[in-house]
Every structure is written in C-alpha cells, then in structure tokens.
Design a protein around this ligand. Structure first.
Ligand SMILES: [Zn+2]
Ligand SMILES: [Zn+2]
Length: 94
C-alpha cells in the first residue's frame, strides 16, 4: 500500500500537491457578499436568500419598523439596540 498526501482547498475542495498551493487557491476565492434586510430600530434581520426572497425580507424589515412606530417605542428600542450592538445597529437619540 501507499499513502498519498494531498492538500485540499477548504473552499472549492480542489486537491493540490503542496500546502502553499492549496492556500493560494483558498486566497483566490472572492469573498461572498451577503446582504440582510434589517429593521432599523431593533436590528432584527431577514435573509433574502431564505424562502421569502428579497421582497419578502424587505417587507419583513419594514413591517418590523412599522410595528415599533405603532407601539411608539422607536426611540427607546433604537437606543437599546445601539448600545447592545456597540453602535452597529439602531440609533442613538440623546
Ligand atoms: Zn480553491
Ligand atoms: Zn424591529
């Protein structure tokens, strides 16, 4: 018997004879752009790749924002979201 060694690119699973070639292969793959539709108030997000699609995800996010407006909690929830997310989501109302 014999043992064949090869190095696999973790992204495309292609086999290479050296580790450095596999790493070069891995680094050549572009980053995958992902978008989420996020409620601007509470930061809840919907994935447009999921079953509801792009329009559905946008609708969910808008509906969520409207829900906060109806409840009159936009400022309060935005402020909470702002601090919980370290300033990435929500909005700070001084
Ligand atoms: Zn690859
Ligand atoms: Zn929300």
């Amino acid at each position: 018997m014999r043992i064949d060694t090869y190095y696999q690119c973790p992204v495309c699973q292609k086999a290479w004879e050296t580790e450095s070639k596999a790493i070069i292969c891995r680094n050549q793959h572009p980053a995958i752009k992902k978008q989420w539709y996020t409620c601007g108030v509470c930061g809840a997000g919907w994935n447009p790749d999921a079953h509801w699609g792009e329009k559905g995800a946008a609708k969910q996010a808008r509906t969520c924002e409207q829900k906060h407006q109806k409840k009159g909690e936009v400022e309060e929830v935005s402020r909470q979201t702002f601090f919980l997310s370290g300033g990435l989501q929500g909005k700070y109302y001084p």
